[in-house]
Design a protein around this ligand. Sequence first.
Ligand SMILES: [Zn+2]
Length: 166
Amino acid sequence: MKEPITITELEVWKVLEQIPDPEIPVISITELGVVRDVKIEGSAIAIKITPTYSGCPATNVFEQDIKTEMEKLGFEQVNISFQYSPAWTTDWLSEEAREKLRDFGIAPPEGTTKDKKFLLGEDPTVKCPQCKSTNTVMTSQFGSTACKSLYKCQDCLEPFDYFKCI
Ligand SMILES: [Zn+2]
């Protein structure tokens, strides 16, 4: 006879907070805002996640990480479902996550998707995460991953990734 699961949903959230984003390991998947819902049903757990960028290979990685962690907690069944609506947006990034991105050398998304500039498709003014200069230029639409653009600071001459605003 197995021990009944006594873990609360709050404790599950705490474990999820420890799972790093596969692409940006300094922020967790909860800070990224992809975990939408956690529900414990007996020895089963249902977790709803909203993938970030569609086709982002990171989704498969953290889906597996979630499964592994939940099995470690003793859940016999781990049901991960995807919720595509509302779609994930960079607006869901916590302020803490934006700060960590900067420390990691990635410029966080500027503003929110509600900005007029964004709607007009104009390039945002991106601040250099190193020296905070706004004298930056986009050097490539795609950075180290499809979710980022490559920028270069014209003051400190450092190249950096910009987390695209979506
Ligand atoms: Zn700079």
